[in-house]
Design a protein around this ligand. Sequence first.
Ligand code: E4P
Length: 213
Amino acid sequence: MKLFIDTAAIEEIREAASWGVIDGVTTNPSLVAKTGRSLEEALTDILEIVDGPISAEVVSTEADGMIEEGRRLARIHPNVVVKIPMIEEGLKAIRALADEDISVNTTLIFQPAQGLLAAKAGATYLSPFVGRLDDIGEDGMAMVHSLIDMLENYDYPAQVLVASVRNPGHVISAAEMGADVATCPMSVLRQIMKHPLTDIGLEKFLADYNKSR
Ligand code: E4P
């Protein structure tokens, strides 16, 4: 499973990339706004750090505007993936951009049939939002399971990118289900890496080593 980092914060991206396990980056307008920079400024730095798919989201809500923004973003670098919301106008834009061989990540997917539509429209990535579903008492990973099951019956090239990840359990379930990608905030990447017994074990090994010298 590919691991993306879900942030526009350059220091986080630099740190996670240095671990050697980050395959790409996802951003959204909220994450970019937190940096106080423009999307284009953030993208310039991100593209220098990570050589993989970098999702950049449009802010238009009409198909024509999304297509124009998408073309402009895609021109910045071949690694840029245009993020389009799962709305009617979005579907039109996904089809138009896909027909121009521009990679699209369909965002804000909350039920499997939305994913099916985006796959049919030609999206490269489908982003089901698991944490936000859990927040309203639904089961986000069950939705991902259903989406993966559905796609296995057909030959759409779309990849399932598990988004709105809130904890290591989401990542483990995503990998067990065979999701193509999970995008994680830095906090979850750190949680995945850490186990208290690893720290206790290392402390004991080093203490014993120092005693024996
Ligand atoms: C990434 O593509 C999504 O925009 C992001 O994972 C949303 O996460 P959130 O629900 O924690 O805001």
